[in-house]
Ligand binder design. Structure first.
Ligand code: GLV
Ligand code: MN
Ligand code: MN
Length: 424
């Protein structure tokens, strides 16, 4: 039996019914905003009750499929097919189950569900070909990819890859001062095992969150890399004052300075095409109608395919912050929260994904990722690559985020064929 035959068998063994059933059960966790057609959004912030339940559903489905499940100290869930020894490194595949606040059902979960089904299909194909699996296959559901509540983003994969110390991750706090350690302890007391060997390779399927696949009418993309990113928090500090009794020239209005800076942010991005810049959150204090705001706390997210451009955009942003603060008699503070480099995926693995799509008879584009992914953290420690499936209208981080079930199945087939080629 040739490798291409086993890959084609692995692609064909993917069950649309199984994939759909698990995807729908996970999608019900944290469901909100149900429309007349039954579609809805998902909110499962990292380390919440909802995220925990989603990890449990994944673990149950994996056990039913014959995989062995363990969870590590940061709350990543691993499901392994094959012996849990320290001799043979597994091929790892997965994505995340947490979402942003008011998010969609597909960002992350699509990859976890497709990975489990792909691993099941590969094991069937090897059995059919009369061959033993040459190394373990492991499916992972990463904890806290979004970093929406507890920065940094891609936390679980960073701890796993060794780029973020576990103690630093556990000590990270949300805006209320609650730590990851406390949030984890409330859900899964006493759990946690050390990672085994680093993986032999890593594959992640994800929704595109852009419009290229839809525009091309192609079901799958092989991803070449991910753009660089810098995330920070910033503050404008003024002084609270009476909204009636304080003349305009005596005010130090923090919200006025913040508004001026926010207006500059899109110009900073436009000056560095194709860079993007976002102030996703800003809160004015004390938040009272008849008090001049004395403090604004806000975020900034800067991205560009080139790391140098991200650094220039950050310097431009800080300079603009200081200038806006000076104009309004305020002080400006900036704290960098995380940086993620530009990543180029393993050319060998990218090529293997393309050949797997051929073997499965599924057309595939090549794309570069604008969004961040856990694969960014895996790339320095093992050959990594990603597959994208189409996002209707490019909508993501929104309840209307949507991918056709057939596209998920096609993606799982290419993933399954890639795993088979990797093992073959
Ligand atoms: C993850 O969703 C990101 O912010 O790119
Ligand atoms: Mn996301
Ligand atoms: Mn994601």
């Amino acid at each position: 039996v040739t490798r291409a035959t086993t890959a084609a068998r692995a692609a064909a063994a993917v069950s649309a019914e199984r994939l759909q059933a698990l995807f729908h059960s996970i999608s019900e966790v944290g469901a909100y905003g149900r429309a007349a057609d039954g579609r809805h959004g998902c909110e499962r912030l990292a380390f919440s009750e909802e995220a925990h339940i989603a990890h449990q559903l994944f673990a149950e489905a994996a056990r039913e499929t014959g995989l062995t499940v363990r969870r590590d100290r940061i709350g990543n869930t691993f499901a392994r097919l094959g012996p849990a020894d320290r001799e043979t490194a597994p091929v790892l595949t997965g994505s995340h189950l947490d979402t942003v606040a008011a998010g969609g059902c597909f960002d992350g979960a699509a990859g976890v569900v497709c990975s489990l089904e792909a691993v099941r299909a590969v094991s069937l194909a090897f059995r059919e070909s009369g061959a033993a699996l040459p190394r373990p296959l492991e499916v992972v559901a990463w904890a806290n990819e979004e970093g929406a509540r507890f920065p940094p983003a891609m936390m679980g994969s960073a701890v796993y890859a060794g780029s973020l110390p576990i103690e630093a991750a556990l000590s990270a706090t949300d805006s209320e001062g609650i730590s990851v350690r406390d949030a984890l302890a409330a859900r899964a007391p006493g759990e946690g095992t050390q990672p085994l060997l680093p993986p032999a390779s890593y594959l992640e399927l994800h929704i595109e969150q852009g419009v290229e696949l839809e525009a091309a009418g192609v079901p799958v993309a092989v991803v070449d890399g991910v753009q660089a990113q810098l995330a920070g928090d910033w503050r404008m500090i003024g002084r609270e004052a009476h909204a009636g009794a304080t003349p305009m020239e005596r005010r130090r209005d923090a919200l006025l300075g913040a508004a001026a800076l926010i207006t500059e942010v899109s110009g900073i991005a436009h000056a560095h095409p194709p860079g993007v810049a976002t102030v996703g959150k800003s809160v004015a204090f004390p938040g009272s109608r008849n008090t001049v705001p004395g403090l604004v706390e806000a975020t900034i997210d800067l991205r560009h395919p080139e790391e140098r451009a991200v650094r220039t955009m950050a310097a431009d942003f800080i300079r603009a912050g200081e200038a806006c603060a000076a104009q309004c008699g305020l002080s400006f503070e900036f704290t960098e929260r995380w940086r993620s480099p530009r990543v180029t995926f393993s050319p060998h693995l990218v090529d293997l994904c393309s050949r797997a799509a051929d073997a499965a008879g599924i057309p595939a584009l090549r794309l570069f990722s604008a969004a961040g992914h856990d694969a960014v953290n895996l790339a320095p420690i093992t050959p990594a690559a990603m597959l994208f499936v189409p996002s209707t209208g490019g909508v993501s981080h929104h309840p209307e985020e949507f991918t056709e079930m057939n596209a998920l199945v096609q993606g799982a087939r290419v993933l399954s064929a890639t795993l088979a080629l990797l093992l073959g």
